[in-house]
Design a protein. Structure first.
Lengths: 93, 88, 324
């Protein structure tokens, strides 16, 4: 039963990754693509980590997975900010 | 192979496919920032693939590898976007 | 779908993506675009190593190939702004011949791999290593090979690294420093750098019984130094130059010291005395970690940092502008 819930989480996480990919491809502007990218990072990875933690069941692994998610959140948010800033600078030139 | 493992394996393959599609943006561009954000997607996706491979291959250390990849994700973006002191 | 077919599909996808990224990295005139693809290539190769059940290599590739190499290449590009498009992209018959030769080589290599890996009764090095593992003092076979069975090779690798950084230091003063970071990047650096240092320590310690080791830990510390420099801290966390010199040679010094002592005890050079292997390996790895970190950080800085040469010599300051 817990496996089923975990799998549902994992699959929805991958759905968000797919949404992020399609967004990166289809959206018209760099800044809107950055929005799509960070959805994949936050929700996609978050749901994936939650699902894997449920499937695996161990406490140490769950903490590690949570840590990975938080690190990716912060790092990718800052990276998106840096990319957007550089794009704005180049647009102003 | 249990059903869970099969589904996880299929999910990993699906995820890689998604990442490949996302890399098309890196090919098209047009600007360097577009390519950079596509690589960011690959970075986070790579973390996800490693986390999925860990139970599939029964190698717990792959979570550590995912941790390392997550930590270094921002370094490449910073290297591309930071300006030197005398840059315009 | 059968499990085997699913794995094959996964492997095919991974291989195709890797080849595609590799091709994209070397095609096209814009070198910055090539570097971005090279970073992506490094990320994917880390996943490939993981798929091939090599977590130590995956760690090293993630730390060095995905993070540091990209930063180094971009730094090199900055020094030569007119090289941002490579003008000598050759087309025509030469390119076709070279491509064909490359393909032929790759095909021959693939044929050799398939035949040797599928051989009927192979002698497997891995079996011999596993047999000797209890005598090595560590539980991780990769560490056992690097620091015990083939310790001499690791000593020479550290010497190669030292030679490379000496070459870089001889070229000139350090590169132009970076602007001070804004609040967001500064906030990231404030917790990322301590976390990288902590992870480096963990990898060093865990290298004895789990994937990890001196190279991975050193690369993590170097990534912390690169982050600091990108955030505007010009020193990049390094100590003052006299200490830098000591750190650069620490790895080789530890190896040679242990080797000389073992020779003095009547054993072979670097033949660890029984029971001492684990402790000696940890000692050498700790010194090597610091040496590798300092080497890579100085390589990224790109030249002699401020204060490298003592007062009264030709250059004592970092030239703003960076070019001699």
């Amino acid at each position: 039963m817990s496996d089923l819930i975990g799998i549902l989480f994992v699959l929805s996480g991958i759905a968000f990754f797919a949404a992020g990919s399609i967004g990166v491809l289809r959206l018209p502007d760099l800044h809107s693509r950055l929005h799509a990218l960070t959805k994949a990072d936050n929700l996609g990875l978050g749901l994936l980590c939650a699902g894997l933690a449920i499937i695996d069941g161990g406490a140490l692994n769950a903490v590690k997975l949570f840590l990975v998610w938080v690190l990716v959140l912060a790092a990718s948010a800052t990276a998106a900010h840096l990319i957007a800033q550089q794009a704005l600078r180049q647009a102003d030139k | 192979m249990t059903t869970t493992t099969q589904i996880l394996l299929a999910s990993t393959t699906l995820l890689l496919l998604t990442l490949g599609i996302g890399l098309a943006r890196a090919m098209i561009g047009p600007s360097l920032q577009d390519r950079m954000l596509s690589v960011q997607l690959l970075g986070t996706g790579g973390v996800a693939v490693l986390l999925l491979l860990s139970p599939l291959l029964a190698i717990p250390a792959l979570i550590d590898v995912a941790l390392v990849l997550a930590l270094l994700a921002a370094v490449a973006a910073a290297a591309l976007t930071r300006r030197e002191v005398d840059d315009v | 779908m059968m499990a085997v077919q699913l794995w094959q599909l996964l492997d095919l996808l991974l291989a195709g993506l890797t080849l595609g990224l590799g091709w994209a990295a070397v095609s096209g005139p814009d070198l910055r675009r090539s570097v971005v693809f090279f970073i992506a290539f490094g990320l994917l190769v880390a996943v490939v190593w993981a798929r091939l059940r090599a977590p130590d290599l995956a760690l090293a590739e993630a730390a060095i190939g995905a993070g540091l190499s990209g930063a180094l290449l971009l730094s090199a590009l900055r020094d030569e702004p007119d090289a941002e498009t490579s003008d000598d992209v050759r087309g025509g018959p030469v390119a076709a011949l070279v491509s064909l030769a490359g393909l032929a080589l790759a095909a021959a290599f693939a044929w050799v791999m398939i035949h040797t890996l599928g051989a009927a009764d192979p002698v497997r090095l891995a079996d011999q290593i596993t047999a000797q593992l209890p005598n090595s003092g560590v539980g991780n076979p990769v560490t056992a090979v690097l620091l015990n069975f083939r310790a001499y090779d690791t000593l020479l690798e550290l010497a190669v690294l030292l030679a490379a950084v000496l070459g870089i230091l001889a070229l000139g003063p350090a590169r132009t420093p970076y602007r001070a970071a804004g609040p967001l990047l500064d906030g990231l650096i404030r917790w990322l750098v301590p976390l990288l240092i902590l992870t480096a320590g963990y990898l060093l310690w865990a290298g004895a019984h789990a994937p990890g080791g001196a190279f991975q830990a050193g690369a993590m510390l170097a990534a912390a130094a690169v982050m600091l420099r990108l955030g505007g801290h010009t020193i990049a966390g390094l100590p003052r130059p006299p200490m830098q010199r000591i750190l650069l040679t620490a790895g080789i010094a530890a190896f040679v010291l242990v080797g000389v002592i073992t020779t003095g005890l009547g054993l072979a050079f670097l033949q660890y005395p029984g029971g001492w292997s684990g402790g000696l390996i940890l000692l050498i790895e700790a010194a090597a970690t610091l040496a590798i970190a300092t080497t890579l950080a100085l390589a990224y800085i790109g030249g002699r940092p401020a204060g490298w040469v003592s007062e009264g010599s030709a250059d004592t300051t970092t030239k703003i502008g960076g070019r001699d």
